[in-house]
Design a protein around this ligand. Sequence first.
Ligand code: HGY
Ligand code: MN
Ligand code: MN
Ligand code: MN
Length: 409
Amino acid sequence: MSTLKINSDRLWDSLMEMAKIGGTEKGGCKRLALTDLDKQGRELYIKWAEEAGCSVKVDAIGNIMCTRPGEDMSLAPVGTGSHLDTQPTGGKFDGVFGVLAGLEVVRSLNDQNIKTKHPVEISVWTNEEGSRFAPAMMGSGVVSGRFGLQEILDTTDVDGLRLGDELERIGFAGETPVTGRKFHAFFETHIEQGPYLEAENKQIGVVTGGQGQRWYNATLLGRESHAGTTPMHLRCDALLASTQLIQKVEDIAKAHAPGCGTVGFMQVVPNSRNTIPGKIEMSIDLRHPLDEELSAMDKALSEAIAEIESATGVAIQLDPFWYYEPIHFDENCVNAVRKAANDLGYSNMDIIAGAGHDACYVSDFAPTSMIFTPCLNGISHNEIESTTQEECEAGCSVLLNAIVTMAEQ
Ligand code: HGY
Ligand code: MN
Ligand code: MN
Ligand code: MN
């Protein structure tokens, strides 16, 4: 039974220090992937990791690997980590908690002079959020082989800036190959970003898997014309058609509970108050814990689009550009998380991740699980995202003990 402790004040101080980089007035964080603020956060993290005795490497997609040596360096490391990039109106904890919990594990192992058989390696994965450059989870996706390196380097943001150029610009186009990464086991610590742990009054979520998701771009083509001279019955209004599509996304998700459907991004062309919109670019994000349900939602979406086209005369082009099936984590790793939570006396429950996480892609090539902690009112991807030092301490303590257990096996 392992009940090692972490230094909770040090973890909290590191979280608050990192939160100053890209800190917003409302108390959140805006550190979009591969911006100067992301660079600053990465550099601070590397400084702390080197001070904690880690060797640091950067791979060709900008993933950072911080390795604490083990007694047998020929063994695959026990891994942990998450991401430093945030949403535009992100919080202080999404992703950051996971990378700083990993650092606190290394610092605590150092304090207690604990030598692990396997090395311990913290990963800071590039562009987990998929907000500036889509899709999400790019760094872990390239390493797991879900995405090709070149296709990801060639993605562009809304301003046409190329990811590969941004990586060079901030100095994180690394030498280490993206292929061949191995982990003996991998654990990601993360706030739940949903309401269930708080509702059930549990301190730890033992994450057994993650729901699947499908991302689409939809382009709606109507006809620009004058707001004052075009009679209502002669219009071909792309924005009006998009309202019907948004409603259908909502209806489809509710018809396939507990699925989720979201339209979060929209560009209106020409976006002029006295011209009827001729073109809409919008995102659609569908998610479900069951793959057959996710497929049924996908089918319902195509049927809804055909109905809207014939009712409005607006042409709708749907581009499904990202999909992954529901993920099931490794039983041994899930048990290690549950055992650590029980040994430490933390109340816990099994849970499926509603959000996408790098651990979902790491599970393609390594035994993986996640550790969730509650966040206030389940709110995330919002500057008011909040959790407590005690909740972070619980999650990080479970991580430390799960890692030590696996690092000795
Ligand atoms: O979209 C997600 O679930 C994650 O926050 N990237
Ligand atoms: Mn995250
Ligand atoms: Mn997120
Ligand atoms: Mn995520």
